[in-house]
Design a protein around this ligand. Structure first.
Ligand SMILES: Nc1ncnc2c1ncn2[C@@H]1O[C@H](COP(=O)(O)OP(=O)(O)OP(=O)(O)O)[C@@H](O)[C@H]1O
Length: 320
């Protein structure tokens, strides 16, 4: 059995159903941004789903909604079969242990005034999971797991390199034995030489601890290498999703993204105006969001495309 089929057979750990997030700002003239627009998303036990797409397409907002760090405007988030969106904050507290975030900027996850030891131990203290001796044992085990040394524990964040900092953030994230981690571009701020080491660490941890990842990245090659499935986001929607879709993209936007890779253009900088579209987008725009830039557009694209399933992948396009 291929790995993809094996994963497909596993039960879904995390599900987002018709998730939508509208940000409103401004007092006199209200500005609305539909950051995530009716997205369905599923991540299986032990699975990595890579979420790719240009800057401003809604990836971080979607990831944070799955962790309930951002409350959806509408839609539901399920974790292990439980509907988190219906829960009170007090009920969510216990479940939050099982869902963690590894952010793009490791320094944002660590208190600059605290030694690394305290930052790694903090989740155990908040949830009262260990006495001081047990805590020390766990922290030492965690730093060994992520490849840090004892000497790092007494340092402050500014005394660590970017890679060491991200290892400390990972140690903190796995301290509570999570099942699901949103990795939000965890290597994009690191030197190229360190990126591979951190990605290898995350993949090893997945195998050892049975973790599920939503792995947000601009790097299509990384997505292809580490993910069991890939979802492509454009202007707040998932336009294509499936196993190894970048090898043979169907959606015109995915094709352009892949071509940008072939042309050696960083997809972060390769903008198809998704962000501009989001910022000017109003609920009045009803057709395909890629209409203006699509080389294959037809009259019917002025109506919103449904998601269709083709050979196990999902595509939101009138061509199919
Ligand atoms: N708190 C907020 N208030 C208002 N608008 C927001 C807020 N957070 C995000 N947005 C807007 O929502 C849209 C999606 O942002 P988001 O950060 O989710 O995109 P992204 O794909 O993760 O981008 P990047 O790759 O640059 O991190 C953007 O237009 C952004 O400006």
């Amino acid at each position: 059995m291929t790995e993809a089929i094996a994963i497909a057979d596993k039960k879904m750990l995390v599900r987002g159903v018709r998730l939508r997030k509208v940000f409103e700002s401004g007092v006199i003239s209200k500005r609305r941004v539909v950051a995530v627009d009716n997205v369905d998303i599923e991540i299986g036990s032990g699975e990595t789903l890579a979420l790719v797409g240009e800057s401003g397409s809604g990836k971080s907002t979607l990831g944070r909604m799955l962790l309930l760090l951002i409350r959806p405007t509408s839609g539901d988030v399920y974790f292990d079969g439980m509907n988190l969106t219906k829960m009170k904050e007090s009920e969510l507290r216990k479940i939050r242990q099982k869902m963690q975030l590894i952010p793009q900027h490791p320094e944002s996850a660590l208190d600059p005034r605290w030694r690394i030891y305290n930052s790694i131990a903090e989740p155990l203290r908040i949830h009262k999971l260990a006495d001081r001796n047990e805590e020390k044992e766990i922290v030492y085990r965690l730093i060994e797991t992520v490849g840090l040394q004892e000497e790092h524990l007494s340092r402050y964040p500014h005394e660590l390199s970017g890679g060491e900092l991200q290892r400390a953030v990972i140690a903190r994230a796995i301290a509570l034995n999570p099942k699901f981690i949103v990795c939000d571009e965890p290597t994009s701020m690191l030197d190229v030489s360190v990126q591979a080491a951190i990605i290898n660490l995350l993949m090893n941890l997945q195998r050892r601890l049975g973790l599920s990842y939503l792995f947000i990245t601009h790097d299509l090659e990384v997505a292809n290498t580490i993910a069991h499935r890939i979802a492509v986001m454009y202007a707040g929607q998932i336009v294509e999703e499936g196993v190894r879709i970048l090898d043979g993209p169907l959606h015109p936007y995915t094709r352009m993204l892949v071509e940008s890779l072939d042309m050696n253009v960083d997809s972060k900088n390769f903008k198809f105006k998704a962000e501009d579209l989001l910022n000017t987008h109003s609920s009045k725009q009803t057709g395909c969001k890629f209409y203006h830039l699509c080389p294959k557009r037809m009259d019917k694209c002025l109506k919103p495309p449904e998601i269709v399933e083709i050979d196990g992948r999902r595509v939101r396009c009138h061509l199919y």
